[in-house]
Design a protein around this ligand. Sequence first.
Ligand code: GAR
Length: 215
Amino acid sequence: MAAKPVAQRAKRLVVLVSGSGTNLQALIDGIAAAGVEAYGAEIVAVGADRDGIEGLARAERAGLPVFVRRVRDHGTREEWDAALAEAVARHEPDLVVSAGFMKIVGKEFLARFGGRFVNTHPALLPSFPGAHGVRDALAYGARVTGCTVHFVDDGVDTGPIIAQGVVEVRDEDYEDEGAALHERIKEVERKLLVDVVGRLARNGYRIEGRKVVIQ
Ligand code: GAR
């Protein structure tokens, strides 16, 4: 007789934010809509590198524990990195999601969470990495751009790609320095992030060089 599949426990997510937190909100809403068991993961805490942001307010409204580790409260960047890693580790995450977290983490953080630290970026990597993915794509004159969900490695937006979404650039996007384009990218990005994180959590995955295989 075939053994009955054992129900998998929901994976624990810590989400890191720096701003408005609409990607975090999409995860909160996506998990609530599916139910933790069906989605395969739950958010156990939200961390930030600054206070007073809408991302933290969203977490608090959802009843999630929050923590803030500001660079300027630490003597060195390495000390901040270690403090952030410690704060995240306290929540024993299976996956850490950078959802608009605008800091580059360091060695200590990657030593603890490498291979399970996911970032979402508003461009089609490897084009336009860094803090201004939307602006840089426009400045280059790209006709399509989009978003990339990827694992974080020790470069800037260079880790293995999990999934990408494409968005066309319109002529009028040049008129507002990319604000409307970024909004259209974020519409695609939010859905992609909720889908990818759920699949990683439910199915498991392996990273083979640059290729991510979701089982
Ligand atoms: C997202 O578009 C995300 O890709 C971007 O910040 C936005 C956050 O939006 N991240 C980066 O540019 C990282 N380099 P949100 O706070 O509304 O989720």
